[in-house]
Design a protein around this ligand. Structure first.
Ligand code: VG1
Ligand code: CO
Length: 556
């Protein structure tokens, strides 16, 4: 037993679990795995050990999406942080709740050393589902691979962790609790985030737009994830929309049994209501509030198009970008090249990074990147270092407000069609094959690696193929094996990746993209537009034969 004169600390002997390797975005496992004796403690200790000591002590923001096991994990973090004697302060969201973007904002605002985010994002929650722990660094963004590798190495060598003998901290009231030199500050989860959004957007112009278009209806589905209170504060309290504009607004530990992933499959309740009630603007966000989906009656905004349209309008429709200008644009490799055309027209640089938001952070810190996105319903900017679901919703509302000052009655469908007319259309679709047998998934990838330039599949001739590799232009770190990429001679692309966020078996992601400038294809249903490319992809991967799957789990 050790004492710092204020409380006792107990060293607990432990042994490593070999599987604590963070994936695309933190460590995600079944709750039951995290509930094993020492499992969560080992990982928290491994994170703390990877943080360099700070002169005035380490300060960390802590919070999560409210999923099952979150509150227990917060209390464990408090005790291990106090026990480390290196951490001087924790800033924790009330009830342990913080959306991922709100946590990113708090880290930056408080100039904290970093943050621990308790979320498995879009993965289902509850005792039989997933939990997750992610470490973010001082810029507010997910830790880069150098840090997650260090955490993994620590977890493989751990022999003990130290836990302070202090009582549980009351997370239900905002305030400060001191244990000698160690402070726990519980903060309002929503307040600072609303302030940030008001700095970025002109709320009064959005309100004006609503006032002048009384038939314009909004429905936001928080999917019982973390954004309910944030969406209410912004859409209802600030922008004056009726209370009923936010559905599934109460965060639940198991997301009401749903899969809190805002896509056409899992957000079907929203999709059905938008169609039935003729809603003009529908939106959904995921468990931790960093993803977004934008739809309207009869229209789905593909995330790759979404970031391109936002980038196109940002410096006209959004005060933040009127001030900062557009420094550069970026997308993850599988995301369609729609935004590349906007970058070209604007004369700014476009960056192509691997999948995962952590790859955008350095470019933003170096002031070379303003707006970026991923095809996986992630859109964001350099206002924080995470993707941001409600930010995207407000971006689209701002663009609609602006477009309607130029011409009357412009809706989502008009904005997309105008975009296609100006830039052409990138058909894009992603097929997910979830919980596939891991060995079968490896066979698919191995078979794909045997292909080479010049081979033809369903009429598509391979012009370039590689395993995507990225060298960070700022710190020159190299990330290898980021997805198998086939670019055909007509510029169409087919990409295969294994997911790094699943917790069971393997998830194979197949991405296809095809560009057209034929105006008669701008209204075409996307799946029809890419059908022949899907045939090529299935043929070249022999995916159906190896995995036994005839259909994907989710099509976006
Ligand atoms: C997926 C997405 C990726 C996203 C990541 C985290 O990763 O494809 O684009 O950044 O999830 O999103 P993977 O490795 O499963 O393809 V979130 O909202 O779950 O933090
Ligand atoms: Co998320």
């Amino acid at each position: 037993m050790i004492s710092n004169g204020h409380y006792n600390c107990n060293a607990v002997k432990t042994t490593p679990f070999g599987d604590q390797k963070p994936g695309t975005s933190g460590l995600r496992k079944r709750v039951k795995v995290f509930q094993q004796p020492h499992y969560t403690e080992n990982f928290i200790m491994s994170i703390l050990k990877a943080i360099p000591s700070a002169e005035n002590g380490i300060s960390l923001v802590v919070g999560g999406d409210g999923r099952y096991f979150g509150k227990e994990a917060v209390q464990k973090i408090i005790k291990i942080a106090a026990g480390s004697l290196a951490v001087s302060k924790l800033i924790i969201g009330k009830e342990g709740i913080l959306s991922t973007p709100a946590a990113s904002n708090l880290i930056r605002k408080h100039r904290a050393t970093g943050g621990i985010l308790l979320t498995a994002s879009h993965n289902p929650g509850g005792p039989d589902n997933d939990f997750g722990i992610k470490y973010n660094i001082a810029n507010g963004g997910p830790a880069p691979e150098s840090v997650t590798d260090a955490i993994f190495e620590n977890s493989k060598a751990i022999t003990e962790y130290v836990i302070a003998d202090i009582p549980d901290v009351d997370l239900s009231t905002v305030g400060v609790t001191r244990f000698g030199p160690f402070t726990v500050q519980v903060v309002d989860s929503v307040e600072d985030y609303v302030v940030l959004m008001k700095e970025i957007y002109d709320f009064s112009s959005i309100k004006n737009f609503f006032a002048q278009n009384p038939n314009f209806t909004v429905l936001m589905d928080s999917m019982h994830g973390v954004t309910g209170p944030y969406a209410k504060a912004i859409l209802v309290n600030e922008l004056g929309l009726p209370e009923k504009s936010v559905m599934n607004a109460v965060p639940l530990e198991d997301f009401g049994g749903g899969h809190p992933d805002p896509n056409l499959t899992y957000a079907h309740e929203l999709v059905e209501r938008v169609e039935k009630e003729g809603i003009s603007f529908g939106a959904a966000s995921d468990g931790d509030g960093d993803r977004n989906m934008i739809i309207g009656k009869g229209v789905f905004v593909n995330p790759s198009d979404s970031v391109a349209v936002i980038a196109d309008y940002a410096d006209k429709a959004i005060p933040y970008f009127k001030r900062t200008g557009i420094k550069g644009l970026a997308r993850s490799m599988p995301t369609s090249m729609s935004i590349d055309r906007v970058a070209k027209a604007k004369g700014v640089k476009i960056y192509e990074v691997p999948t995962g938001w952590k790859f955008f952070g350095n470019l933003m810190d170096a002031e070379q990147l303003s707006i970026c996105g991923e095809e996986s319903f992630g859109t964001g900017s350099d206002h924080i270092r995470e993707k941001d679901g409600l930010w995207a919703v407000l971006a689209w509302l701002s663009i609609l407000a602006y477009a309607n000052t130029q011409q009357k009655n412009i809706g989502l469908h008009d904005l997309l069609q105008t975009h296609y007319k100006k830039y052409g259309r990138n058909f894009f679709s992603r097929y997910d094959y979830e919980e596939v047998d891991s060995a079968a998934a490896s066979k698919v990838m191995a078979h794909l690696r045997t292909h080479s330039v010049g081979q033809v599949f369903n009429g598509y001739k391979i012009g370039l193929c590689d395993d995507f590799e990225y060298t960070d232009p700022i710190d020159h770190s190299v990330s290898k094996n980021q997805g198998l990429r086939f670019i055909f001679e007509d510029g169409s692309r087919v990409i295969f990746r294994l997911s790094g966020t699943g917790s069971q078996g393997a998830t194979v992601r197949l991405y296809v993209e095809k560009f057209t400038e034929k105006a008669d294809l701008y209204e075409l249903e996307c799946q029809v537009g890419i059908r022949d490319l899907i045939v090529a992809a299935l043929e070249m991967s022999r995916l159906q034969e190896f995995t036994g799957r005839k259909e994907p789990t989710v099509i976006t």
